[in-house]
Write a protein that binds this ligand. Structure first.
Ligand SMILES: Cc1cc2nc3c(=O)[nH]c(=O)nc-3n(C[C@H](O)[C@H](O)[C@H](O)COP(=O)(O)OP(=O)(O)OC[C@H]3O[C@@H](n4cnc5c(N)ncnc54)[C@H](O)[C@@H]3O)c2cc1C
Length: 593
């Protein structure tokens, strides 16, 4: 909680946002109260259901999917408390808080129960999509009930032959003649595609209308409710959509991953969102929101695992404290290697949190400014979204894995609870566009934004911190030096990709994943340095208790900049090597050992 508020103040621009008309109600005191209450709710209501969901799992029958009783109780309290609408527009019943605040709230929720949070998480994406693309009628009939949480939303892209390549979608949408469409086809891996926690499920489904062009240009988006609405807008007749099975997975056991069959009895009734063949644009609104939500899974599950590892490291006695004269066993936190693991986790968690909050705040700023200023903020949000998704989920997995390492053998035993966090975190680099696809998006689309101007400005903003770091004195000298070196690495690899990618995209894409890591490390380092400066400023007025916390903040930033950011330089060769070595060994030879 402390760190969320601190991050909102120092990188989340909460003061600037509260000064705008749109977010005038989101002043720091109000946000602190709201997040405090939200965190307490999640800890008390969602938290106790986490292990239950993991152990009990879900039951499928032809009638539907049964979630654990504890989920139904927790979800109904969530709806009653009105948390679903936290960042939804006031006009449709939401509380209208900034995305940056919602990012902090979603982290609390996910840390409490990541699997259950997938229902409200995807519902938030559906809200954002309908707010932007839905007709007034759709907003009145569906959006309002989704904002309350009474109905949940889903995202239906994936099909057996259309995973990363959404353009291969074959689900059909035939116009009925009365403005509706009959949807037929199979969608797979649909999270919370079916469950018993809400009165209706509003599926947002990608499908192809007759004669539509091949590929992504021919895809449209439809609302397909589980229950069709009667004249009074209440759920009535069952639509022709069913969950025909659920997957058995290594993690997120409480989140039903559904195979959805549309139109087994003649066609599910669907309602077009926006215009025909513009579906992917609309779905991107939902996907961008979901990409941030998945990035949050990295930091939230990482932090949940870190908290457990930290407690264990203080209790577990093994080995002697080096340099002391006592033969009594010491708590493992005294050993340098355990300290290193703890700081690896803590510093990455703070860097990831800062990136996600900054990315979300950029979206907020784009929404409440105009003209070129708004465009520039939107560029920042667009540039950083693949990094927030991919870097935070790759690192989230490493952090949960490191937490297991701190526990030793007990970490591998389910009882410790960290094993679940590791299993749950493993999916995040895969869904919402694999991290490989995110790296391609960063290199292939985002670097070219405004002919390289967007990434150029990002690099310049990082350079601009140099004067402040210099003025902050000797304590900040190493941070200053390492940030400057990291920015050079990011600048050089960016230039290499932009130069070589133009002549041969394969060359650039071969290095996209290591480049993504460099981008995350250096941007994370910049945000940590900004936070260290913020902590120094806060120290001037802090009492003793806060001073300890703020000094730890500075030391953690120093660790990240001194020990993590320099790793970026080591990845340069992987980015600039090009593709030839990857193809020197052909597919048949790869198989020989
Ligand atoms: C638990 C779970 C929940 C999910 N929830 C949803 C949901 O709610 N809604 C939904 O629509 N989908 C959902 N998905 C689907 C998920 O988004 C896809 O699994 C994901 O996009 C990858 O598609 P795929 O599994 O077909 O893998 P593939 O596309 O077959 O990819 C396999 C590998 O090849 C790589 N690859 C593929 N194409 C390229 C390329 N052009 N260049 C470089 N590398 C490439 C990938 O990075 C990956 O490593 C979920 C999946 C799971 C497992």
């Amino acid at each position: 909680m402390n760190d969320a508020i601190f991050t909102l103040r120092h990188v989340g621009m909460i003061k600037e946002l509260a000064a705008t008309e749109r977010y005038g109600h989101a002043d720091l005191d109000t946000v602190t109260d709201v997040l405090g209450e939200h965190g307490r709710f999640m800890q008390e209501v969602f938290g106790p259901t986490n292990v239950i969901g993991d152990r009990e799992g879900l039951k499928w029958s032809p009638e539907g999917v049964t979630t654990p009783d504890a989920f139904k109780v927790a979800y109904s309290k969530f709806v009653e408390a009105g948390w679903q609408g936290l960042n939804a527009e006031v006009e449709y019943g939401g509380a209208g808080f900034p995305e940056a605040v919602f990012t902090c709230a979603l982290e609390f929720m996910t840390a409490a129960n990541g699997a259950l949070t997938m229902a409200p998480g995807l519902t938030t994406g559906a809200i954002e999509c309908l707010q932007e693309w839905g007709s007034e009628e759709q907003k009145e009939r569906y959006l309002r009930r989704i904002v309350t949480g009474e109905w949940t939303g889903t995202m239906n892209l994936t099909e057996p032959q259309a995973g990363s390549d959404v353009g291969l979608c074959t689900t059909k949408a035939e116009p009925v003649g009365d403005g509706t469409y009959k949807i037929t086809g199979t969608k797979i891996y649909i999270s919370f595609g079916e469950h018993d926690m809400a009165d209706n499920i509003v599926h947002l489904v990608l499908a192809r209308t007759p004669g539509a062009p091949a590929g992504t240009k021919g895809i449209s988006l439809f609302i397909v409710p589980k229950f069709l609405l009667d004249d009074a807008g209440e759920p009535g007749e069952r639509n022709d959509v069913r969950c025909v099975s659920i997957e058995h997975k290594m993690g997120i056991h409480g989140s039903p991953t559904c195979v959805m069959s549309y139109g087994d009895d003649g066609g599910a009734i669907g309602f077009l969102v926006g215009e025909e063949c513009q579906g992917l644009r609309a779905m991107f609104t939902m996907m961008n929101s979901a990409r941030i939500a998945v990035g949050i899974q990295g930091v939230a599950l990482g932090d949940a695992a870190f908290q457990k590892a930290l407690v264990y490291s203080q209790e577990r006695l093994q080995g002697r404290k080096l340099g002391g004269d006592s033969y009594a066993p010491a708590a493992i936190i005294e050993h340098p290697d355990v300290r290193r693991m703890l700081l690896f986790m803590k510093s990455h968690i703070e860097a990831m949190r800062a990136l996600l909050v900054y990315n979300s705040a950029a979206t907020d700023m784009a929404r409440c400014t105009e003209g070129e200023e708004s465009e520039r903020w939107q560029e920042i949000a667009d540039l950083l979204t693949p990094v927030s998704k991919a870097w935070c989920t790759d690192v989230g997995m490493e952090v949960t894995s490191t937490a297991i390492q701190v526990f030793g053998g007990m970490g591998y035993v389910e009882e410790s609870g960290v094993a679940q966090h590791f299993r749950d975190a493993r999916i995040a680099p895969i869904y919402e566009g694999t991290n490989g696809i995110q790296a391609m998006d960063l290199v292939g689309r985002k670097l070219g934004m405004r002919m390289g101007g967007a990434v150029g400005d990002h690099l310049q903003r990082m350079r601009d911190l140099d004067a402040e770091l210099e003025a902050a004195g000797p304590e900040f000298a190493s941070m200053r030096e390492q940030l400057a070196a990291g920015v050079v690495v990011l600048n050089d690899t960016t230039n290499w990709l932009m130069t070589n990618g133009l002549s041969n995209p394969v060359e650039a894409l071969a290095g996209a994943t290591p480049y993504m890591r460099i981008f995350g490390l250096v941007t994370g380092g910049w945000l940590m340095a900004r936070q260290a400066l913020g902590a120094k400023a806060d120290l001037a007025t802090a009492d003793q208790a806060d001073a300890g916390w703020l000094n730890a903040k500075i030391s953690t930033a120093r660790f990240f900049l001194e020990q993590m950011v320099p790793q970026a330089a080591g990845l340069t060769a992987s980015v600039t090597a090009g593709s030839s070595v990857l193809y020197d060994v052909d597919a048949t030879t790869l198989a020989s050992v």
